[in-house]
Design a protein around this ligand. Structure first.
Ligand SMILES: Cc1cc2nc3c(=O)[nH]c(=O)nc-3n(C[C@H](O)[C@H](O)[C@H](O)COP(=O)(O)OP(=O)(O)OC[C@H]3O[C@@H](n4cnc5c(N)ncnc54)[C@H](O)[C@@H]3O)c2cc1C
Length: 436
C-alpha cells in the first residue's frame, strides 16, 4: 500500500465499475497518472466467488438492501462493480441520448463491441427453453431477438453459464470491468481497494482531491481532476456530503420484475440469462428470458406471497420473463442511507401492460396458466441521481472546476435497457476530453 505522500496523481477515479474501470484504463493508456479508489475488495479467484455466500459477502447489506417501499436493490461492491453480477447483456445507447441530449458515443460503443467481441450467444447456447419463449413471443407478433452479450463461451474453461452467473461468473465467459482495472494497473494506474471515499477535497472553489478511509485509516489524496464513478447510489452520497444538496434527489432504476409460470418441459433455470430480448421503447419496457437462481427463487417468491414457494420443487420446469421498466425519475436517496423509489401511476400502467404481454407469451410457450405469478419489484440499475442537464453538462462536468461524474448516476432519464455499454462509451469519451 502506498504511503500518504504517494497519494497524488493527475486524475483520481472513485469506484471501479464499468465507468471507473474504463476511465482508469483509457487515461493510463494515454499516459496520465491515475489513482483508483474502490470501496470493496477484489474477490475474483476466491473459493466463494460466484456462490450464494459470495454474492452475500460482496453485495451491499448482503443483498438485503430495500427501499422504503420494499423494492430490493442489488448493489455489488467490489473491484469491477456490478459487472461481477450482471447478466452480461449489451445494448447501444438509446437514440434519445444523441437526439435529445446531444451526446454521441456511437464510435466509442462500436469500438467497445469490437474489442470485447460483443455478440449474441451462438444459437446452440441460447437455451432450448429460452428459445421456446422467444419463439412463442414471435408467434404472437412480438419481435424478440437474440440478445447481444459481453460473453464469449470460447474463453470459458467449461461454459456452464446458468442464471447463477448473476452470483459472479466462475467459468470465465463473461466480461467483467475488473479486467479493465487489471489493464489499467498494468499500465501504471494505482488501485487501492477497501478505500472508502467520503467527500471531496476543495480548495478555493476547485476540487483538488478526495478524503476518506483507506483500509480503516483516514486518507487524503490530491489530483488536478477528480471523477466520481461510485455508481448511482455511491456518487450522490459523496456529492451530498460535499455540499451538493441536490444530489440523489430523484432516481431511476429500470425497475424489474419477473413473471413466472411452470410448464411440463424443462425450464430456463440452468440456461444462460437473458439470451433473448425485446425492446419496446414505445410502451416503455423491455422483456427478456430470465429466472432467479435456484436458492434465490423461494426467497423472491416468498417476498411476494408464501403460496408461490410451492413452485420451488418445480424450479427445473420454470419459465420466466423479466420486465425492465422505463420508470419515471422519482424518490430520493437520504443522508442516512435510506432510499425511496415510489412507482408513479405511469410506472404502474406500464407494468400492468407488460405483465399482460408476459402472461400471454408464457402460456403460448407451455406454462400452465394456473401457475403464473409476478415476483416483487427489484432494482439492479440504480441511476439518474446526478443527471445530465441538471447537475452535469453534456461533458459530464459539474459546476465545480476539476470535478466530473461518469457512471450510471449521470443518466438524464431511465435507460430502460442494459447500461454497461453506454457507461463504457461515456467513459471513453470523457477520457479523450480529459487528455486534450
Ligand atoms: C444482477 C444485475 C444484473 C445486471 N445485468 C446487466 C446486464 O446484463 N447488462 C448491463 O448492461 N447492465 C446490467 N446490470 C447493471 C450494470 O451492471 C450497472 O448499471 C453498472 O455496472 C453500473 O456501473 P457504474 O460504473 O455506474 O457503477 P457500479 O458498477 O455500481 O460500480 C461502482 C463501484 O463504486 C464503488 N463505490 C461506491 N461507493 C464508493 C466510495 N464511497 N468510495 C469508493 N468506491 C465506491 C462500489 O463498490 C462499486 O464497485 C446489472 C446489474 C445487476 C446488479
Amino acid at each position: 500500500m502506498s504511503g500518504e505522500s504517494a497519494l497524488q496523481a493527475d486524475v483520481i477515479v472513485v469506484g471501479s465499475g464499468p465507468g471507473g474501470a474504463t476511465l482508469a484504463r483509457e487515461l493510463a493508456k494515454r499516459g496520465k497518472s491515475v489513482l483508483l479508489f474502490e470501496h470493496g475488495s477484489d474477490h475474483r479467484g476466491a473459493a466463494y466467488y460466484g456462490t450464494y455466500l459470495g454474492a452475500m459477502l460482496y453485495s451491499d447489506k448482503a443483498g438485503l438492501l430495500f427501499t422504503q417501499e420494499g423494492l430490493n436493490i442489488v448493489r455489488p461492491m467490489l473491484v469491477g462493480g456490478a459487472t461481477n453480477m450482471y447478466c452480461g447483456c449489451a445494448a447501444p445507447p438509446p437514440p434519445w441520448f444523441k437526439d435529445k441530449y446531444g451526446i454521441d458515443i456511437d464510435a466509442e460503443c462500436a469500438e467497445t463491441m469490437q474489442e470485447l467481441e460483443v455478440a449474441p450467444l451462438p444459437e446452440a447456447q441460447r437455451g432450448n427453453a429460452s428459445t421456446r419463449i422467444a419463439h412463442a413471443a414471435q408467434a404472437l407478433g412480438y419481435p424478440w431477438e437474440p440478445q447481444a452479450k459481453f460473453m464469449r463461451p470460447a474463453r470459458a474453461k467449461h461454459f456452464d453459464c446458468g442464471a447463477k452467473c448473476m452470483l459472479g461468473c466462475r467459468c470465465g465467459a463473461k466480461w467483467n470491468a475488473a479486467e479493465y482495472v487489471d489493464e489499467a494497473v498494468a499500465l501504471g494506474a494505482r488501485c487501492h481497494t477497501r478505500a472508502v471515499v467520503e467527500r471531496l477535497f476543495v480548495e478555493h472553489g476547485q476540487c483538488t482531491g478526495v478524503t476518506g478511509w483507506l483500509r480503516g485509516f483516514p486518507f487524503t489524496a490530491h489530483a488536478d481532476t477528480v471523477v466520481l464513478c461510485a455508481g448511482g447510489i455511491g456518487t450522490p452520497n459523496i456529492l451530498r456530503l460535499s455540499g451538493f444538496v441536490d444530489a440523489g434527489i430523484g432516481l431511476t432504476m429500470d425497475t424489474t420484475v419477473m413473471v413466472y409460470g411452470v410448464g411440463k418441459e424443462r425450464g430456463i433455470g440452468l440456461e444462460p440469462p437473458m439470451t433473448w430480448s425485446w425492446e419496446n421503447p414505445g410502451d416503455g419496457y423491455m422483456l427478456s428470458t430470465l429466472a432467479d437462481p435456484w436458492l434465490l427463487f423461494p426467497m423472491m417468491a416468498a417476498l411476494r406471497n408464501w403460496q408461490y414457494v410451492r413452485y420451488w420443487p418445480q424450479w427445473k420446469n420454470l419459465l420466466g420473463i423479466m420486465i425492465k421498466l422505463k420508470d419515471d425519475v422519482s424518490g430520493r436517496i437520504y443522508q442516512d442511507g435510506a432510499i425511496s423509489k415510489p412507482m408513479t401511476l405511469q410506472d404502474q400502467k406500464r407494468l400492468a401492460e407488460a405483465e399482460a404481454v408476459c402472461r400471454k407469451i408464457l402460456v403460448e410457450a407451455g406454462a400452465d396458466p394456473a401457475t403464473l405469478f409476478m415476483s416483487p419489484l427489484r432494482g439492479t440499475h440504480p441511476s439518474g441521481t446526478v443527471r445530465i442537464g441538471e447537475m452535469l453538462d453534456s461533458n459530464l462536468q459539474t459546476t465545480m472546476p476539476g470535478l466530473y461524474v461518469c457512471d450510471a448516476s449521470v443518466f438524464p432519464e431511465a435507460l430502460d435497457r442494459p447500461t454497461v455499454l453506454t457507461i463504457i462509451g461515456l467513459a471513453k469519451r470523457l477520457a479523450k476530453r480529459l487528455c486534450n
